[in-house]
Ligand binder design. Structure first.
Ligand code: CMX
Length: 465
């Protein structure tokens, strides 16, 4: 019933030890402490997008408001130093992050290579998905193409097929989910490269996957990029965007849809539709289009020479104009973070190393100097610091990937690594259908009134005791 893993046995063997043990640990923890409170709920939380509610479990990563994300306990800075790198590269391989997120253990170079080879073997798309991608109008946003193609891969789901037989034990769900997840993670770069070539390069063929190369190198090559710097940037990009704990829109959607035992293709297709929103993943496209507008305005009276008008005063005016017109500053602010996003810092370090003299980098750096103070003065955003999306676009531009409405697709290729491994963990613990309780405003008002009168009664009673 469980498909042959062709070489990935060491990973499966390790997971067969780790995941059931963890599930047992959780069972015992719940038996002993299941009734203990882990926070309070307020009316504002119910109206405020559930901010701060501790209401779900996600094992692969945890986000600290000040420190940023940790993948299985490791900061991104640590991972940049410890995860295996690609040949000739200086940045961590996404396959290494995948192994770590799945097992909680840092992989060796050999284990990472095992995954690279396995993913290359799984990359081929079924004909109907290729055909569908080739038939999409060029005007259809790349994210809509990506989510439709991922949903259509449902035809390949080993989980859905095994479930439909009616004799698959629950204890096997995680293995089938892992099989689908690996297949999907392998196919995503192929889908993305087809979208890129179809929409922006007249349907140029993507070429063949090289089983000797890593995921990032193959992905870059399929999109027509061979520059080693770009390949390394893509590896870094795929690592840092992979996971951001469980509550963000794409992770939570995967978890929610997956909790209905929808297969990983259906769950991740839904997640991609959330990632495509401007307040979430689309912000990387929004940043670039905002920067482009700023440059056009700075260069307006100067024959396009925006660099000459680039100073803190002119940039501050631009930022205030955006805020005063009721728009958000894309790439700044975060629902959880309260300091500069380490994913921003990673990218800034990359830029300092590879493109210190770039004018775009100077623009983004100067924004970093002016935006936080302005957002503080503006007085709304709880976090005035940059997030991951503030920096990624200009790095891609530097290497010639100028098509900004493709950028969220790269985010989509990466995010699968985190949220699907999280789904594997959820299935191994047998987490149930997600179904929080919602209330209406009259219901909430009645609840608050009842709670108040109960409190009053208690206070009255205690007077006579
Ligand atoms: N520019 C202007 N106003 C901002 C702002 C920004 N960058 N960030 C937050 N605010 C405003 C909010 O719109 C909100 O205003 P209202 O009260 O009028 O609705 C107020 O400040 C309070 O918001 P918050 O509690 O600080 O932030 P949220 O948790 O509600 O939202 C986020 C978080 C990311 C949606 C928001 O900061 C934002 O819109 N940022 C710009 C878009 C962006 O960069 N998104 C990418 C986030 C990273 C990712 O998921 O990829």
């Amino acid at each position: 019933m469980i498909p042959q893993q062709n070489g990935l046995e060491p990973l499966y063997e390790r997971l067969r030890e780790i995941l059931p043990k963890h599930a047992q640990d959780v069972k015992e923890f719940r038996e002993a402490h299941g009734g203990e409170a882990i926070g309070i709920l307020t009316v504002d939380m119910a109206y405020g997008g559930m901010r701060g509610i501790k209401g779900m479990v996600s094992e692969t990563s945890v986000l600290d408001a000040d420190e940023g994300i940790r993948f299985q306990g490791h900061t991104l800075l640590e991972l940049q130093e410890t995860l295996p790198r690609g040949p000739g590269g200086q940045e961590p391989l996404p396959e290494g992050a995948l192994w770590l997120l799945l097992t909680g253990e840092l992989p060796t170079q050999k284990e990472t290579t095992l995954l690279s080879k396995d993913l290359a073997r799984r990359a081929e798309l079924p004909h109907h998905v290729e055909q569908m991608l080739n038939n999409f109008p060029k005007e259809l946003h790349p994210m809509a193409q990506l989510s439709a193609a991922v949903t259509a891969l449902h035809s390949e789901s080993k989980f859905a097929k095994a479930y439909a037989t009616g004799d698959t034990p629950k204890s096997k769900y995680w293995e089938l989910t892992l099989e689908d997840s690996l297949d999907l993670i392998a196919k995503l770069p192929v889908i993305a490269a087809m979208i890129y070539n179809n929409v922006f390069h007249n349907g140029r063929p993507i070429g063949k996957i090289d089983p000797e190369k890593d995921l990032g190198a193959n992905f870059a090559n399929m999109m027509g990029f061979t520059d080693e710097g770009f390949v390394d940037l893509l590896r870094l990009y795929l690592v840092i965007h992979a996971d951001h704990e469980g509550g963000n829109v794409s992770a939570h959607t995967t978890h929610l849809v997956g909790s209905a035992l929808s297969d990983p293709y259906l769950a991740y297709g839904a997640a991609l539709n959330g990632l495509a929103g401007p307040l979430h993943g689309l912000a990387n496209q929004e940043v670039l289009s905002w920067l482009t507008k700023i440059k056009a305005r700075l260069g307006e009276k100067n024959g396009g020479n925006w660099q000459e008008n680039l100073n803190k005063k002119s940039l501050s005016d631009e930022v205030w104009n955006t805020l005063n017109s009721g728009q958000v500053i894309p790439g700044y602010g975060h629902a959880v973070l309260r300091k500069t996003d380490p994913r921003y810092t990673c990218q800034r370090e990359f830029a300092l190393k590879h493109m210190p003299d770039s004018d775009d980098f100077k623009l983004v750096s100067m924004l970093y100097e002016v935006v936080p103070d302005i957002l503080l003065k503006h007085g709304k955003a709880k976090n005035p610091w940059p997030n991951v999306d503030a920096h990624s676009g200009i790095l891609l531009q530097h290497y010639g990937m100028t098509e900004m409405n493709f950028y969220t697709v790269l985010f989509g290729v990466s995010r699968a690594i985190g949220v699907l491994t999280s789904l594997v963990w959820s299935r191994s613990m047998g987490l149930p259908l997600e179904r929080p309780k919602s209330m209406s405003t009259p219901g909430l008002k009645a609840f608050v009134a009842a709670a108040r009168s109960e409190l009053k009664e208690k206070q009255q009673r205690s007077k006579y005791m």
